[in-house]
Design a protein around this ligand. Structure first.
Ligand code: MV4
Length: 662
């Protein structure tokens, strides 16, 4: 087996490869750009070499530089991961020319799948089902028209050189054909430098089902079940799962065998994926073949119990496949969700920023997190904004869905926008639970996928207040927060009832809260209602009871910005600072109003037995609340004002019989 390999990649896949290589006793050489000097993949590797500035074109795509580093460091093989150089025939050839093993298929196999029409011709010869249509060389408009007639409508024009959904056009009838053809050709010429078109019958409700294949250098080829990747957005996969729900054993076998024929038709070696369109009637058609390890390979690993990177290393070394077809068994159901730095509310605009707070679900046999980042890392504009892949496994799909919902609730990120809430809503949506999977899933269920917040605003504000107050309390009173009233030892005492204003800004709206505290209990007034709040904070974990409703949630307060996490949702607010001064409350023992103001609350009634220090009346003046407290133990004999009354400074508010007069 190799003793040292180079990983020509970054992020989660570089980490993923290093993990398996290390388990197999193989040393790993990483490469990194300026932006990745402190990246997780660099830290995990045994050694790492700088390759250039942040842009991929000047770093992770620098084939020559990477090969030089492999030679210099004594790496025997290069794993390209996915993306970057993974499907670059020149790079695969250059590795070979330098005596370095390219951990992937031979370059002619990569080249064979580069053109859609050539790939279709190969697949047709190999007996792999194709969508009915035309994929010939002759591109004369007359012939294409005739082929369109033969194919029937609706049909799909696809650029021969296209891929990933680029250069496709649906044509509904013959009248539209000429214009559509001209436009599609123009687009394809601009995008790929090649205007040639394929014609296919257009499937209106297809699923994307792909087969994981593996071939060794001895000529063996097998399939490791399938993945359903129908839930996509603009040809970006969002959720992937294995096995594909509802696929019959016969179809699975037929599709698997077709995929192996496809791979063997191009003398494939290593891990590959054959993508099919799967139609409602159970028919399936070759779409394309990806000649690399794919992002979503973990779901296959979870259901087969195999490590596909280990298989890649063994096959590249020259070992035969670890299992034959009959030995491949699947168990249970796995789902993967891709966690992205993006803003679903703004048409999924990629987000950048620092992962200020990052907490991931505990990993187990049921939950796997593949990631290349740690708290404090930056998500930059330079690379794919994927933060992590969250993969769950369970006995049944239903249980796996529940696991995913739970794990997404435990995935907490503050500092930048993510799609976690969107993923949560998607997985939790009834049509997904019912496995109504088609490539139109997201487009047709938009109403379900952007749900309203799970917390009502006032309750969220009350919890936010609890978090902020408790965190301030636990912080070093003098040094931690210069604004904290606890830093002002002259005017503050713990465990005494007090009143203070707290203004929280949510979006553009400011919300004023009035808070009373006694011991660990608060009374929070917001939006015209009063909430009884019990709050306890342990690190980032708030345990609260709001009007008898117990809630536990995590949060992150950074400078003035608070993020609360609840049920996969986040609530964000900012502490609005005014330079408020906290006045000492009414002097102890005094039952007179300390200033002009109004009565907010009367907390006792005539005849009550009260204890020294107990709050009896709350007054508001200058937007601040003041508690009027019992000067000594006694019995309330008179109350001179009621809620809402205006009172003048010095007015006596309440009378108490302390027994001293007698
Ligand atoms: C199709 C199709 C319907 N009918 N071909 C999109 C990506 C490209 N590789 C193939 N694609 C499609 N080809 C026929 N004849 C629908 C799609 C398609 C799609 C396929 C898989 C996953 C998501 C998709 C989203 C839109 C369209």
């Amino acid at each position: 087996m190799f003793n040292k390999i180079l990983i020509a990649n970054r992020g989660e896949i570089a980490c993923r490869i290093i993990q398996t290589a290390h388990r197999m006793g193989i040393r790993c050489v990483a490469v990194y750009s300026d932006a990745d000097a402190n990246a997780r993949h660099v830290a995990m590797a045994d050694e790492a070499f700088h390759i250039g500035p942040a842009p991929s074109s000047e770093s992770y795509l620098k084939a020559d530089k990477i090969i030089d580093i492999a030679l210099k460091s004594g790496a025997q093989a290069i794993h390209p991961g996915y993306g970057f150089l993974s499907e670059n025939t020149d790079f695969a050839e250059a590795c070979e020319a330098n005596g370095i093993v390219f951990i992937g298929p031979p370059s002619p196999a990569i080249a064979a799948m580069g053109s859609k029409s050539a790939a279709k011709a190969i697949m047709e010869d190999a007996g792999v089902p194709l969508v009915p249509g035309y994929h010939g060389k002759d591109q004369s408009p007359e012939l294409l028209r005739a082929e369109a007639e033969k194919c029937g409508f609706p049909l799909l024009l696809k650029a021969v050189a296209g891929g990933g959904g680029k250069g496709m056009r649906v044509v509904e009838n013959m009248a539209e054909f000429d214009d559509a053809l001209a436009a599609a050709q123009r687009e394809a010429k601009n995008a790929f430098g090649n205007p040639d078109m394929l014609i296919e019958r257009y499937l209106t409700q297809p699923r994307h089902v792909e087969i994981q294949v593996f071939c060794d250098q001895q000529g063996n080829g097998i399939y490791l079940a399938e993945r359903d990747c129908s839930v996509q957005r603009r040809h970006q996969k969002v959720l992937e799962e294995a096995p594909a729900p509802g696929l019959s054993e016969d179809t699975r076998k037929a599709m698997g065998e077709a995929a192996v024929r496809a791979a063997q038709a191009i003398n494939y070696v290593g891990a590959g994926t054959v993508e099919f369109l799967y139609d409602v009637d159970g028919s399936f058609f070759f779409m394309e073949m990806n000649t690399r390890l794919q992002v979503e390979h973990p779901v296959t690993e979870m259901v087969t119990g195999q490590d596909l990177v280990e298989w890649q290393l063994k096959v590249a070394w020259g070992d035969p496949l670890p299992l034959n077809q009959a030995q491949v068994k699947t168990r249970g159901h796995a789902i993967e969700a891709r966690i992205y730095a993006e803003d679903p509310e703004q048409d999924f605009l990629p987000a950048t920023g620092t992962l200020r707070y990052l907490s991931t679900p505990d990993e187990s046999a049921n939950v796997r997190v593949d990631t290349g980042v740690t708290e404090g890392d930056e998500i930059s504009i330079h690379y794919d904004p994927m933060i992590a892949k969250l993969i769950v496994w369970d006995d049944t799909r239903e249980q796996a869905v529940n696991r995913m919902v739970q794990a997404l609730e435990q995935y907490r990120i503050a500092g930048l926008k993510t799609n976690i809430r969107f993923l949560h809503a998607t997985v939790d949506a009834q049509p997904f639970r019912e496995a109504q999977l088609t490539t139109n899933f997201i487009a047709s269920h938009g109403d379900l996928l952007f749900p309203k917040s799970r917390l009502d605003l006032d309750k969220a504000l009350v919890l936010a207040a609890g978090f902020i107050l408790e965190q301030r309390k636990s912080a070093d009173p003098v040094t931690a927060d210069p604004w904290s009233p606890f830093g002002r030892q002259n005017s503050w005492r713990l465990n005494w009832e007090f009143a203070q204003p707290l203004t929280l800004q949510v979006g553009d709206d400011k919300h004023e809260l009035k808070i009373l505290e006694r011991d660990d209990r608060y009374q929070v007034e917001v939006g015209g209602s009063v909430y009884q709040l019990h709050a306890k904070l342990n690190d980032d974990y708030l345990q609260a009871v709001v009007n008898g409703h117990r809630l536990s949630l995590h949060g992150n307060l950074h400078n003035e910005e608070l993020v609360l996490f609840y049920g996969g949702d986040t609530f964000k607010c900012t502490v609005y600072r005014e330079t408020y001064g906290f006045e000492e409350m009414a002097g102890e023992g005094s039952l007179a109003a300390p200033m002009n103001g109004s009565i907010v609350a009367v907390q006792t009634k005539v005849g009550d037995r009260v204890n020294a220090g107990q709050s009896l009346v709350i007054m508001e003046a200058m937007k601040m609340e003041h508690a009027i407290k019992a000067p000594a133990d006694g019995v309330v004999t008179d109350i001179f004002y009621s809620e809402g009354d205006q009172v003048a400074e010095g007015a006596e508010l309440i009378a108490i019989d302390t027994g001293e007069a007698e």
